[in-house]
Design a protein around this ligand. Structure first.
Ligand code: SF4
Length: 298
């Protein structure tokens, strides 16, 4: 049975490690016209980050901004719990899509912060140049680096439909290159995409896990306000899984994940104010409890 992320981090750091979501003022080639406009059909205004630390222009954040965001996020978390170790999570948009010196300033600001133990960078597989890999190697010498790359599905028809503008082959190639450079890759998959049945999702998990990834995120599809997915759903509603169906699916997928690949997520964290479906997903505790119960029963 693969480990879940909290247990994995507890084993390494001897305590709970918290993620601090950061906004480094990035954009995305699938939104700025380089690869496409409008982005992936499920992506909301915040570029899968859905928070903002201000109204700055893209690429205008400084090392001080990153430091200030870390301090602010830390102070909010420490009101709720006694924590000392944190992951700097560059979440919003594509966080390796910027001039290299801009990226260096942001990543080093995080890596050099004494309370940060891991630098986690969310990005796309087509934003992994050799220059980026060299920079990540440099950061990895200071603190461990995770690169979280969206794959979503391995099926070309689905990738085309959701307008991601990359292929499984590009994802595989970037994963191989990052892994060869000693950088941990976390694959992000979405469960419940229109037109996909359980067998297709199993194939996505199997093909992702056949690559040299270190972690996997299973993200429940959220239909969010203001996205193209909302329009598609409104015009032609597609199947939305019930909580029970979803939990059974997740449990069956967990069984396929090899030991050694850490499970970072099994549901979703969609912003409530934007969520249209599935409404049950707002009760994350219930979803996680159901999955845990099912895992124990098997
Ligand atoms: S790659 Fe990420 S940020 Fe870019 S459009 Fe897709 S979901 Fe949004």
């Amino acid at each position: 049975m693969p480990l879940f992320i909290n247990e994995h981090l507890q084993n390494i750091y001897g305590e709970k490690v918290y993620k601090l979501a950061l906004d480094a003022g990035m954009t995305c080639p699938n939104r700025d016209g380089t690869k496409g406009v409008g982005g992936c059909i499920f992506c909301s205004e915040g570029g899968s980050g859905d928070f903002t630390f201000g109204d700055k222009e893209p690429y205008s954040y400084t090392a001080q901004d990153i430091h200030d965001q870390i301090e602010l996020a830390k102070s909010l978390i420490s009101q709720k719990s006694d924590c000392h170790k944190f992951i700097a999570y560059f979440q919003a948009f594509s966080n390796t899509y910027a001039p290299i010196e801009y990226l260096r300033e942001a990543f080093l600001a995080a890596a050099n912060h004494p309370d940060i133990v891991i630098v986690s960078i969310a990005t796309r597989c087509d934003c992994i140049s050799q220059e980026v890999i060299e920079l990540l190697r440099e950061v990895n010498r200071i603190k461990p680096v995770w690169v979280e790359m969206g794959l979503q599905s391995v099926h070309p028809r689905t990738l085309d439909f959701i307008n991601c503008k990359y292929t499984y082959e590009e994802f595989a190639e970037s994963t191989e290159r990052l892994s060869a450079a000693g950088i941990d890759v976390i694959a992000h998959l979405i469960l419940g995409l229109p037109g996909e049945d359980h067998k297709m999702m199993e194939e996505s998990v199997d093909k992702a896990c056949a690559l040299p990834i270190k972690g996997i995120k299973l993200q429940l599809l959220h239909v969010l306000k203001g996205t193209r997915l909302e329009q598609i759903y409104t015009n032609d509603p597609f199947h939305i899984m019930s909580m029970e169906e979803y939990c059974e699916l997740v449990v069956s997928l967990i069984r396929r994940i090899p030991e050694g690949i850490v499970i970072h997520r099994v549901t979703g964290d969609g912003p409530r104010r934007l969520l249209i479906e599935p409404k049950w997903s707002t009760d994350k505790k219930r979803v996680l409890n159901t999955i845990n119960k099912m895992l124990k029963e098997e």
